[in-house]
Design a protein around this ligand. Structure first.
Ligand code: SAM
Length: 405
């Protein structure tokens, strides 16, 4: 078993990545079928609803307090946040490397779509990035992102745009409307556009029409199939909610779970101290099909838990430890476990119990509750096709002379 040295004490890198079975039942085929077969019609009603959701989403993110490093350490989801950051770092670095190899040129242009408070700015330093466009619907977040950029030395220039990227033509807001992007990164934000088909299309048009041929579109979003599965409606037919002490997913009565719509499948997402607002299921096969219509071809789609398990690079495995993705179990003397609930560590105990010589050994783990939340997500990589397909990358509403939604 490979071992890492962390702070003078050895931590194994054998981590319990499996999510305990409780609450995650077998596939509900009927439900998944209804999800697959639902039609793509978009009614006016959905568009009306979407206006109110955008405001709720923007207000929610605008009102989140900026937390200092110390406060963040006390968060119940401290390690899960670190895991998310590690995954984003890894994904961004991997694709920047790929672009560098393929293009043999320096000076990439990047769009951080749904940039939030700029938590990913430093991650773009890892490649030869020349310029970053940061765009988000929440004005306060964009201001904080700009402040964060100005407070640190960056190798790249940056511009900041406040806009609902699922409803406006972003190009018209760029400092240089002819700017061509090498990478669009949309982290934990794409699902907001699946409120309606026109919004998803506008988002994809903003991505594709500004990307160079061969450029990449990467991101992270929830796994809709997993969400539907975890509702376990075969066993509990009326169920609309699941979760634990750190997160919950709840579908309002207005979202049909008998025939889940492809767009506008709204659920309320709560993540302790981080998110509390409506989100929308992203039916991945539809996302993939729609993206292809915008010249974006799927290269990779990986669930978070598999991405961590499959990491081949020692440097990045080591980063897992340095970024404090895992909590040491049992804890170091004088340290408290982040969860007071014993069942949150059963998997770690079981694993240690299965080892022949586990006395004095510490393993790195996440609480069961955090794993259950982290494993809701998947990451994706699309590439803009070199040759223009027979598709129109014009903005969807412009194409037929109408205004955007
Ligand atoms: C969970 S946060 C992620 C922020 C950042 N990407 C990160 O990974 O730290 C989701 C972000 O998406 C933004 N967002 C939601 N809907 C949006 C839209 N229609 N257009 C642009 N940004 C949007 C929110 O304001 C919020 O900042």
């Amino acid at each position: 078993m490979a071992e890492y040295v962390s702070e003078s004490v050895q931590l194994t890198n054998e981590i319990q990545l499996h999510i305990p079975e409780e609450g995650i039942s077998a596939l509900s085929n009927e439900l998944l079928d209804s999800f697959e077969n639902s039609n793509m019609e978009v009614t006016d009603k959905k568009v009306e609803q979407s206006e109110s959701c955008a405001k709720v989403v923007a207000a929610h993110y605008n009102n989140i307090e900026e937390k200092g490093v110390e406060d963040r350490k006390d968060s119940r989801i401290f390690h899960m946040r670190n895991l998310n950051n590690w995954i984003k770092s890894r994904l961004i670095a991997k694709v920047l490397r790929r672009i560098a190899n393929e293009k043999k040129q320096r000076g990439f242009n990047v769009l951080d779509l749904g940039c939030g408070k700029g938590g990913d700015l430093l991650k773009f330093q890892k490649g030869p990035v020349n310029h970053v466009v940061c765009a988000d619907i929440a004005e306060v977040s964009v201001d904080q992102c700009k402040k964060r950029y100005n407070e640190h030395q960056h190798k790249f220039s940056a511009e900041f745009i406040t806009a609902d990227c699922s409803k406006v033509n972003l190009k018209s807001k760029f400092d240089n409307p002819d700017l061509k992007l090498d990478l669009v990164s949309c982290q934990f934000a794409f699902h907001y556009s699946f409120e309606s088909l026109p919004q998803a299309e506008q988002m994809l048009a903003n991505i594709s029409s500004n990307l160079q041929p061969g450029g990449y579109f990467i991101g992270t979003t929830t796994d809709a199939f997993d969400i539907i599965r975890r509702l376990d409606r075969e066993t509990n037919p009326g169920n609309r909610k699941f979760g634990n002490e750190v997160f919950s997913v709840e579908f309002p009565e207005s979202t049909s779970l008998e025939k889940v719509p492809l767009f506008g499948a709204k659920y309320n997402f709560h993540l302790e101290g981080a998110v509390d607002c409506p989100e929308f299921l992203v039916h991945f096969p539809t996302f993939q099909k729609l993206a292809l219509r915008y010249g974006l071809k799927l290269i990779e789609k990986t669930r978070f838990e598999d991405f961590v398990k499959e990491e081949p690079d020692f440097e990045f495995k080591n980063l897992l430890v340095r970024m404090k993705v895992y909590e040491a179990y049992p804890p170091y003397p004088g340290k408290e476990l982040v969860s007071k609930i014993p069942s949150d560590y059963v998997h770690a105990q079981d694993y240690l119990g299965s080892l022949p010589n586990s006395k004095d050994l510490k393993i790195g783990t996440l609480t069961k509750a955090e794993w259950e939340a982290a494993s809701l997500y998947l990451l994706f990589i699309f590439q803009k096709e070199d040759n223009q397909r027979n598709v129109d990358t014009k903005l969807p509403r412009e194409a037929d002379g109408q205004q955007t939604v």
